[in-house]
Structures are given as structure tokens and as C-alpha cells.
Design a binder for this molecule. Sequence first.
Ligand code: DUC
Ligand code: ZN
Ligand code: ZN
Length: 474
Amino acid sequence: MARTLIVNGTIISPTGLSAGDVLVEGETIAAIFQPGQVAALGVTADRTIDAKGKYIIPGGIDVHTHMELPFGGTEASDTFETGSNAAAWGGITTIVDMALQRYGENVQDGLATWHRKAEGNCSIDYAFHQIIGGIDEQSLKDMTYLVEHEGVTSFKLFMAYPGVFYSDDGQILRAMQTASENGAVIMMHAENGIAIDVLVAQHLARRETDPKYHSISRPSLLEGEATHRAIVLSKVAGNVPLYIVHMSAAEALDEVAQAQNEGLNVFAETCPQYLYMTLEDHLAQPGFEGAKYVCSPPIRSKHDHRHHHKDLWKGLRMNELAIVSTDHCPFCMKDQKELGMGDFSKIPNGIAGVEHRMELIYQGVVLGEISLERWVETCCTTPARMFGMYPKKGIIAPGSDADIVIWDPNSKTKIGINDKHHMNTDHSAWEGTVIDGKVDTVMSRGMIVMENDKFTGRKGHGKYVRRGLSQYLH
Ligand code: DUC
Ligand code: ZN
Ligand code: ZN
């Protein structure tokens, strides 16, 4: 079995920083040695990597991606191959992608389709949540089947997108009741889609068709309202674990914080775009440029009555937001975003980001918003615990998978289509952003998949991860 030693680095865990040398044997972390022990014990390896001056962190886990998702009249432009490779470039060693079931479709068929798309194509490990877009007797039964037999223990429902993925309150309640029996987590896209559709139609009737109206027609109050409603429904269903996805609004954060104060099992994630981008600087760019930043929930205004960025960073510090994911949902401008020229409601919703999550949230450390420990906790460890993959994933510890990132805090990363960009899109939503740090080396189950600015991974190395129930509460 190949042995690799990573020496002289600083290991970061959610509870602190420590000097230590990491021994990898095959696909697993075999041991962690105190400084000096490797020499004293005569430990040898086939390869030794010097991580002096660098951080050793668990591989990142992005629990919200959409590879090859059919959506908005087109399909997300990253395949599992291109998307997993880009993830590896960004220090991500596990993705949890959203398998799809739509109204009238069979849940198990939807999951099988996702396995077919991913199997043999990924360079890093992958797992699935299941989108339930059509809640009926059969899909409720299938939810329990997936939990018990398929390693899929979380389900995404939508309060937005009427006629596409939308579930009404009664359907949501029934899915939550089912989850309270089988132990699953309900993930919620919390925006009031019925009210949003009225506002969208009114803007279009006034010929307000530019990309910025995507945000104006989806006010943060309607994210707060839907979040509140989802929390009440989860309480009625017996305090079922509820995880609000891609939170963008201070009002929604208030609802989650209040629910947590009440002792409810309510959790939430945000995404980098909601921590950095604004309607004015991004969505309202001249011409059709703003289409690059159309995603839902939308990028918020910096002149809103609430300061969303500031509150979301606070939420990350306070653990009101447990995780940062990306909602990676890539579309090119050409032939894809362009579908919405002259009608913002037809712009495919989504931003490509899986490659840049570790970088963008590390910049939050540099800016003093969160600690190094919290960076690792929100991007690596809690994702594993929340979604039943711990301690196989999410921690540098003996016995865990050797998913390891060496991070160089003394280098910089320039993001951009001609700089660092490996996702399958013809533009970068993060063009020109400079990060004060850099992904140096990435190891996926013992295999180096990126080093010296070269991709060294292999298509098909990535394996399906069967997940258990959430370990966050138990
Ligand atoms: N939001 C997006 O922006 N894209 C994919 C689906 C979603 O909910
Ligand atoms: Zn969503
Ligand atoms: Zn999503």
C-alpha cells in the first residue's frame, strides 16, 4: 500500500490549529504524529510532501451542486466529469449533487438517472440528495426506500417555481411527516413562488425586462415569509430536521435564529454569492451582463432596509448558518443565459461556483469575518456531520478517508476565465477576484488529484458515498 507523509504543516480542525505530520496509507489517514515523532520512530513513506508554512485541512465538501440539471429550458453545463474536476481544482473532495424527480416521474428512476450520469465520470467522491418535485403516495414511499436502501437521507423541496418543482404546503407537510418517521433531513428552497410569479408578471407587463428585475421581483420579505412557513410546518410535523438551502436574506436568517432559540431542529446554509455580490454591482451591470448573476434566491440590493451581507457573515460566526455550499448550477451566456434576453424570467437561474468556495470563504478569514477553524467547520466538517458522512469525511483523523487539502496562505489566486477557471462556462461570475491564499495540493482518498497547478486526477476515481442519517443532532 502506498504511503505518503505530509510533514511540517499546520493541521486545522473546527476546534483548533496544531502542528503535526500526517501519514496516509492507501486511501486512509493512518496516523498523525507530533512534531519530531516521525524521525524518532523512524517512520518512512514512499513520498514525503513538505507543507512548511502551509495549512493541512480536510477536503472540502460542497453539499449543494447541480451537475447536468435540466432547468430553465436548457441543462446545467457542467457534466459530472467537468464539474468534479473543477471541484478538485478548488479543494473539494466530495460533492453532494441533487438527483431530480419531477411531477409525474418516479423517484427511484430519477435517482437511477443520476447514478448513470455520475458513475465512472467523477474524479472525486460524490453523494446525492433527492429533489422531490412531485409529492404523492408513491414518492412518499420512495423517500423511505431511499433512506433505508440507497444511502440518500435528505430531500430537497421547493416553495418556489410553481409548475416546475413547486410543492404546496399540504404536500410539504406530508413529506415532512414522512421524514419524521424515516429520520431524513428536509432541505427547503424557501421563497414564496406564488407571490413571486405575480410580481414577475407585473414587471414584464411594464416592460421591465432587464436582469436586475429578477432580484426586484423576488423581495427578501418573501424569502423570510417562506422560511417562517417552512419552520412552522416542520414543527407541526414533529420538529423534523429542516435545512434551509442557499439563504440570501437577513429576514430568513432572523427566522432561523428564532427557531434555534426555541430549540427547533432548524439549520441553514448560505453560498458565496450571497456574501459578496450585490444587485447594483452585479445584476444591474449594463446591457445583458447582469444575466451572469441571475440565481434564486437572488443577489440582494446593498440599499435594502436590511444589510444582508453583514447579517449572513454574522450568521456564519454564530452558527445560525451551519454550512457554506455553492448551489453550483452553471450556464453559459451563449445559448443558455441568452434565452432570457428581453425577458429576465427566462434567464436560466444559476451561478457556477464549485471551484471557488474554499477560496472565497477563506477570503472571509482574511477579512476578519470568520476564524480559520470556522472556515474548516462550515466548509468541511459540518457538511459531513449534517449529511451523514462523518468521520469518513470532514476531518483529518486516523481512520478517515485521506481527503486532504494543503492550503498555501502565502500565495494568491486570481479567478477569471483566463486565470483560474476550470468550470464548463464561457464566463466567470467571479472574474478578476483575487484571493489571499491558494489551493496547493489536493488528495482524494489517497490519490493526489491536483498539485503544482496541474490536474492529476482520474475520471472514475470518485466513488458513490452512501450516506447515513444526519449526525448533527445525535
Ligand atoms: N436556484 C438556482 O439558482 N439554480 C438552481 C436551482 C435553484 O434553486
Ligand atoms: Zn434552490
Ligand atoms: Zn439548488
